[in-house]
Design a protein. Structure first.
Length: 220
């Protein structure tokens, strides 16, 4: 019976060599982000961005919602896959970090597909529900403050169409979710969400042991 392969540096380097499809715009945005305070830890892996783009295409998304923009790398990965009339609504608490990514969105020719909403994410999600109604989005990507993950998930579920996909980043949270010594609010919130997802009859789900843990939840 096959088991999980050990992810050595050599193996991860091999995987990147044979699977990552990169370009100057993506690479330069990652490099600029890495120079920011905490940038290297907060940005998604290149492989994760590529996976997100693949998922956007697989669900034939025209409307994507992103909770947590940061410098907009994942925003860019999703926007490039959308059709010309598609839109990604991306939410952040401040325009400080999205302003870093905006020139790259423009260089990639997808800035007209990106709708940046600044403010408290819970308020933004409530506003989108009132503005667009339930089931308005084909795919939602959650990658923001962890303590609010359970709330973001519930609101995302309302905003996602049947058959749509919710992608949740950091669901292994540096391995802390499996270590009882960690009881900080962020870790507890992610544990709570993981427990909810395991038995949530509203979705089909899988937790991928990739990057910092990526959970895929398809709304039934």
């Amino acid at each position: 019976m096959a088991h999980q392969v050990d992810s050595t540096d050599t193996l991860l380097s091999y995987v990147r060599d044979v699977s990552l499809r990169d370009d100057d715009i993506l690479r330069e945005l990652r490099e600029e982000t890495a120079l920011l305070p905490g940038g290297a830890a907060l940005q998604v892996m290149a492989e994760e961005g590529q996976l997100l783009g693949l998922l956007v295409g697989l669900v034939d998304a025209r409307a994507v919602l992103e909770i947590g923009t940061f410098t907009g790398y994942s925003t860019l990965c999703a926007a490039r896959v959308l059709p010309a009339d598609g839109t990604i609504v991306t939410c952040d608490i401040s325009d400080r970090w999205p302003d870093v990514g905006a020139p790259y969105w423009k260089r990639a020719g997808v800035d007209d597909r990106i709708d940046l909403r600044i403010g408290d994410a819970v308020d933004t999600l409530d506003g989108l529900l009132a503005e667009r109604g339930p089931g308005a989005f084909d795919l939602v990507f959650i990658d923001a403050d962890k303590v609010n993950y359970p709330t973001y998930y519930e609101k995302s579920l309302a905003l996602t169409r049947s058959g749509g996909l919710i992608v949740i980043d950091n669901t292994l949270f540096f391995g802390r979710v499996a270590d009882p010594e960690f009881d900080d609010a962020d870790t507890v919130a992610i544990r709570e969400l993981n427990t909810t997802l395991a038995d949530d009859a509203r979705v089909d789900m899988s937790l991928l042991v990739m990057a910092d843990g990526i959970t895929l939840a398809r709304k039934r």
